[in-house]
Design a protein around this ligand. Structure first.
Ligand code: AMP
Ligand code: MN
Ligand code: MN
Length: 332
């Protein structure tokens, strides 16, 4: 296994060598794919096909949000493996562990060779060749550094820009470094239009998405002197509005920017009695540590987990972990 917390000339050439030598490749990302995951998967897919149009590559990803469908080759995303034989090479993107690959995990495990590119601090480094760079804003930023700039097409650039925009919350989270802005500048020089990507994929909402956002905000509850805010959407309400989980994007960010709030929680019911919990913090709480107590993970300021139970019990179980960190912070 070659594991690297830095991108070196040696690991980059190994990356390109593995792709060149593999006949059948799978590119894959995490369950419930977000902008970085979609950008990384499609960015790598276009990059490989631009180099060799004959290469057989499966893009194994759960169905993506409609707002990303304008990206080149978005229609190639599939949940079906081609052929019976294991893949020669399986590339996992934006996944902190193989469990995040969901139903595709088995294909990763049986592949002849594997690569992992990720920026989650909890990633222990899995796969034959790993690029795990927690300081990177996004998986797309790491891919930018791996790719040869002159071989990057407009379509690849657009995907990478999208991933960076989403994981930095449009260049404003603490992961927005000088390097991020330099890369964004280079991608703009490739023809990417920031206004288009940012409005179409980040800010634009359908009427129904706005309605459910409004409802989540209206029903939100403040706890701990307004330092914690939470809101939840039940399955029956999602069915009533005819929305899926991707229509709920952005609710958590709006909760987080409530004045006085340190930590926001948003829950939606994935299945009867099972909730996906998103956690975001402003500057005092490490939400990854909170989520890890419930089998989840993520980053310091953005994390998630899936928990069984009812809303009240879940919130009551999670908030003491947040409170504990806030008390420690006050005593420093
Ligand atoms: P989300 O709230 O789903 O947008 O997730 C925020 C961050 O936490 C992302 O970086 C995810 O990769 C990570 N994350 C979300 N859910 C989980 C989970 N169940 N296990 C591990 N990491 C997660
Ligand atoms: Mn992600
Ligand atoms: Mn990411």
């Amino acid at each position: 296994m070659t594991s690297s917390k830095k991108i070196t000339r040696q690991t980059v050439s190994l990356f390109h060598k593995k792709i060149k030598e593999a006949k059948r490749i799978a590119i894959s990302g995490h369950m419930n794919p977000d902008g970085d995951c979609v950008g990384a998967c499609l960015g790598l897919y276009t990059y490989i096909l631009d180099l060799d149009g004959e290469k057989q590559v499966d893009l194994l990803l759960e169905p993506i949000s409609e707002k990303f469908l304008f990206l080149k080759y978005a229609e190639k995303i599939t949940q079906e493996k081609t052929g019976e034989e294991p893949y020669d090479l399986y590339i996992a993107l934006d996944c902190s562990d193989t469990g995040r690959l969901g139903d595709f995990r088995q294909y990763f495990e049986e592949a002849a060779s594997t690569i992992c590119v990720d920026h989650h601090i909890s990633n222990q480094g899995f796969g034959d060749l790993t690029f795990v760079i927690p300081d990177a804003s996004s998986t797309c930023e790491i891919l930018y550094d791996i790719f040869e700039e002159k071989k990057m097409s407009f379509d690849t650039a657009q995907c990478l820009y999208l991933g960076i925009v989403h994981d930095t919350g449009v260049f404003k989270h603490s992961n927005t470094t000088r390097r991020v802005m330099e890369i964004a500048g280079a991608l703009i020089e490739k023809g990417v239009r920031p206004d288009f990507i940012i409005d179409e994929t980040f800010y634009k909402k359908t009427y129904i998405q706005n309605q459910i956002l409004g409802r989540a905000l209206m029903e939100s509850i403040l706890l701990l002197d307004g330092k914690i805010i939470f809101s939840a959407i039940k399955k029956k309400d999602m069915d009533f509005y005819g929305v899926d989980s991707q229509d709920l994007d952005g609710i958590i960010d709006q909760l987080r920017v409530t004045a006085g709030v340190e930590c926001a929680l948003f829950l939606y019911e994935k299945a009867e009695g099972q909730f996906k919990v998103s956690l975001r913090s402003n500057d005092k709480v490490d939400v990854r540590k909170v989520a890890e107590n419930f089998g989840g993970g993520g980053h310091v300021r953005a994390a998630g987990c899936t928990v069984e139970g009812n809303v009240r019990d879940i919130v009551n179980n999670i908030t003491p972990f947040i409170e504990q960190q806030l008390i420690q912070e006050e005593n420093v």
